[in-house]
Design a protein around this ligand. Structure first.
Ligand SMILES: [Mn+2]
Length: 324
């Protein structure tokens, strides 16, 4: 398919940025500074520059750890900071749901990946209300499908998808969510998975495009097939982008680097294809750790990728003229 050169029309989208400065789910501190780093990197300006209506809602205030719930207290014995994560999940869900109800596309600025326990729960609820299927694209080096029983670390950012797909032992985080159908979860970029976690992913029928498959068939072909499989009218596509999806040489600002990640062009291409699909209804940007970053390199790359996701193309410069 030819890239449009010169002037490009992008449908004007109402985008709401909402900062979720949590780090209680991660093993390394620092992602609390993520939302601020995106603003410093110029995310608002980049999206406005594309012609979108952008509202920055600021950050969700740090919620109190949830107390007085026996099941949650029990969970806290195996899961680090479970009461803090429960507070964040409920706050992010409530705010995210209200934003989605109002319309437009919310972008959740993290914050560690436990953020998605709230944002995806909100997306699942709104999709159900609208009679749509929630499809979750998880761009990540990891599967984040650990349970309290399988997690080697007890860090809850590695349990987000287990929780969202209805793992009963994690239910005390926030009860009565609309569970995500695991066959509607697509892990893309996977290259590090724990043994028991692999079994869970297999058993639940999760779709996986790991780096081996991406190397062999190419990110674009896999992404096109995935997007072509979705029914436009009845799909709410939620994109959860973890900084560690990217190769650490490009994006060192993350606590869980794994070598062999997506290249600059692969990542942009994925974003461009997602934009062209017109299906993206909500977005998480997670695990940016400015404390580990190299002079804002990762924050800037993530910002560029979000611009691609919302319609910027690499070729939107003037066409190169043939020299006489
Ligand atoms: Mn992750």
């Amino acid at each position: 398919m030819a890239h449009p050169l010169g002037a490009i029309e992008i449908a004007r989208t109402e985008i709401t940025l909402i900062g979720c400065p949590l780090e209680a789910g991660a093993g390394v501190r620092g992602s609390v500074m993520g939302p601020a780093a995106y603003r410093v990197a110029g995310l608002v300006e980049a999206l406005r520059g594309l012609g979108h209506a952008v509202r920055d809602e600021g950050d969700i205030p740090t919620p109190r750890p949830v107390g007085g719930e026996t099941a949650l207290n029990r969970l806290a014995e195996t899961c680090r900071n479970a009461r803090e994560i429960a507070g964040w999940t409920r706050a992010i869900h409530d705010r995210g749901y209200a934003l989605m109800k109002r319309g437009g596309v919310p972008v959740f600025l993290g914050g560690d990946h436990a953020l998605s326990m709230g944002s995806v729960a909100a997306a699942a609820r709104i999709a159900e209300e609208r009679g749509q299927d929630l499809v979750v694209l998880w761009l990540d080096a990891h599967a984040d499908f650990n349970t309290p029983a399988t997690s080697p670390s007890g860090n809850m950012h590695g349990m987000a998808l287990a929780y969202l797909t209805g793992e009963p032992t994690l239910a005390p985080v926030m009860e009565d969510i609309t569970p995500v159908d695991p066959t509607n979860v697509h892990l893309f970029g996977l290259r590090s998975i724990d043994a028991q976690e692999r079994q869970i992913v297999d058993e639940r029928g999760v779709t996986v495009s790991d780096m081996r498959i991406i190397d062999e068939f190419g990110a674009a072909a896999l992404m096109r097939d995935f997007l072509a499989s979705l029914e436009a009218d009845r799909t709410h596509l939620h994109v959860s982008l973890d900084v560690d999806f990217l190769d650490p040489s490009l994006a060192p600002g993350v606590g869980t680097t794994v070598p062999g990640g997506a290249t600059y062009r692969e990542a942009h291409l994925v974003m461009e294809l997602l934009h062209e699909s017109g299906l993206v209804a909500s977005v998480d940007l997670v695990e940016l750790n400015p404390f580990l970053d190299d002079r804002g390199k990762s924050a800037r790359l993530m910002t560029e990728l979000v611009a691609s996701l919302f319609g910027r193309t690499i070729l939107d410069r003037k066409p190169i003229r043939a020299t006489p």
